[in-house]
Design a protein around this ligand. Structure first.
Ligand code: MLT
Length: 260
């Protein structure tokens, strides 16, 4: 098993470590409101996963477990034994893989616009199509298509600048890294059965305008987690932390206050 030596990360603040893992095909800048807005209550650490942002070294496929090991290695490098781990969408898949592989290192969990079930066969095929299109057409061509379902209608109207922000973020990703994680997501296992074993405080956040993952998926996860709070933010789409940073940060603060 090859572990990447240097996962790039941005960080802000001091105290309780809080690792925030971006979605697909994004990078750590997704969390800029949390890096700025939670620094007084946590040491906020936002990595670029392998093959995204400033972290190189994607191979043909990168599994969620490999990403989770990279995050654990980053914690080692920072001299941190334990952390609250949060992730949005694909970042949530990685957070759940981390919870399964390193339960003793988890002090709290934030699952944002994500799900614990595996891909159905049709979704697996789409992953390969996305991987091929990224490699053949490049990310600038793909970005407008991938941005489309991310933001709610309300957000598009009220914060139109986020469309360009997300388009640029997706457009600058490395096609090889995007393809590798698309293939990795296709083979992730179902982790619904893991949830009842995660006893640490958990926050499950989503938006009622999320077109990619229905709020019912979040409700199902929150119902299985023994110590979870569910927050469904009205008018928000797939990117809760960016579309409604104040609501997200307030809920994160409340979670952090309950972490040992
Ligand atoms: C993401 O935002 O990370 C993706 O929607 C995850 C996925 O495609 O399953």
């Amino acid at each position: 098993m090859r572990t990447m030596k240097k996962l790039y990360h941005a960080e802000a603040g001091y105290g309780m470590p809080l690792v925030l893992i971006h979605g697909f095909p994004l990078d750590h800048t997704l969390w800029h409101h949390q890096l700025g807005g939670l620094r007084d209550v946590a040491r906020v650490i936002a990595p670029d996963l392998r093959g995204f942002g400033k972290s190189p070294e994607a191979r043909r496929a990168v599994t969620m477990e490999q990403h989770a090991r990279d995050v654990a290695h980053l914690l080692d490098r920072l001299g941190l034994d334990r952390a609250v781990i949060g992730g949005l969408s694909m970042g949530g898949y990685v957070a759940l893989a981390f919870a399964e592989l390193f339960p003793e290192r988890l002090t709290g969990l934030i699952l944002c616009n994500t799900r614990a079930v595996a891909d159905a066969d049709g979704a697996k095929k789409t992953r390969e199509t996305v991987a091929r299109r990224a490699l053949e057409e490049g990310m600038t061509a793909l970005a407008p298509i991938l941005v489309q379902p991310l933001l709610s209608d309300q957000t598009r109207k009220a914060q139109p600048q986020l469309i360009g922000f997300m388009d640029a973020m997706i457009g600058r990703q490395d096609p090889a890294g995007v393809a590798a994680s698309s293939r990795g997501m296709a083979v992730r296992p179902d982790r619904m059965g893991l949830l009842h074993r995660i006893k640490v405080p958990a926050l499950v956040v989503t938006g009622n305008g999320d077109r990619l993952m229905a709020p019912a998926e979040s409700e199902a996860m929150a119902a299985r987690l023994p110590n979870a709070k569910l927050m469904v933010i009205p008018g928000v789409g797939h990117l809760s932390c960016l579309e409604a940073p104040e609501a997200f940060n307030q809920a994160a603060r409340e979670l952090l206050a309950t972490v040992d």
